[in-house]
Design a protein around this ligand. Structure first.
Ligand code: CTP
Length: 226
């Protein structure tokens, strides 16, 4: 946290969209597909922006976390809900930080009734791809808007992160590797690497630190971008 609220010191209050948490894709009224995201990193970033005087909207999948002080929260469940809210908010925003672990696939059909066991031992679900929210914001980004993504990887970390930076038209990507102890889902710490400015741009590696400290570094970095 910095001494001076930097965003409010600018002439106009900056408006930032932050996505956080997992999305939950229903299979039937009882079951769903989701992931291990707890939302901690995204909530810490939203809190950091708000503490610096930015106007923040947090679009969050289901988590156990309380809304950070001074942040407008929009609760969503599925990837489709998150897509709809983010696309509607994006034109009013100065930037977005896409921290949510959005499900890549969703069941093609949601059963109205609980699916019962059958005699056959196998059961399969037809999954269809979800819409890529970050890529859509990247596609519709206008001059002056800043788009930040995250990449959580287990291998080929740098190549995968740089691929996402390009493919989704991001200005900056925050990489965390599940191979690093203390990084990733659930815990209170993270070890991040920030890439900005495309394939030949800069790379900044941060030490293992609390998610709150990592959030402050990410927001510092955003503020330092031209
Ligand atoms: N993202 C998104 N919408 C999706 C999928 C991802 O907005 N449907 C965003 C995430 O919030 C993150 C970035 O895109 O900022 C990268 O997400 P990630 O899950 O690492 O990448 P994918 O593109 O889904 O690729 P893969 O799962 O194959 O690594």
């Amino acid at each position: 946290m910095v001494d001076q609220p930097l965003f409010s010191s600018k002439q106009v209050v900056c408006r930032f969209l932050v996505t956080a948490g997992p999305t939950v894709e229903a299979i039937d009224p009882v079951r769903f597909i989701s992931n291990r995201s707890t939302g901690k990193m995204g909530y810490a970033i939203a809190a950091e922006f708000a503490a610096r005087g930015a106007d923040v909207v947090l679009v969050s999948g289901p988590t156990c976390l309380d809304a950070p002080e001074g942040v407008r929260c929009v609760d969503v469940v599925s990837a489709e809900d998150m897509y709809r809210e983010c696309v509607a908010l994006w034109p009013e925003m100065d930037g977005a930080v896409m921290c949510a672990a959005v499900a890549d696939y969703t069941p093609a059909k949601v059963s109205d009734a609980k699916i019962k066991k059958t005699e056959s031992s196998r059961f399969s679900i037809d999954l269809v791809p979800t819409k890529d929210i970050a890529a859509e914001l990247g596609r519709t980004k206008r001059a002056g808007q800043l788009l930040v993504g995250f990449a959580l990887e287990t291998d080929n970390e740098e190549a995968n992160a740089l691929g996402k930076l390009e493919r989704k038209n991001l200005d900056m990507i925050v990489l965390n590797s599940l191979r690093d102890e203390g990084a990733g889902f659930g815990g209170d710490t993270n070890r991040i690497t920030i890439y900005s400015g495309g394939r030949n741009g800069g790379k900044t590696v941060f030490p293992l630190e609390s998610k709150t400290a990592a959030a402050a570094h990410i927001v510092d970095f955003i503020e330092s971008l031209p």
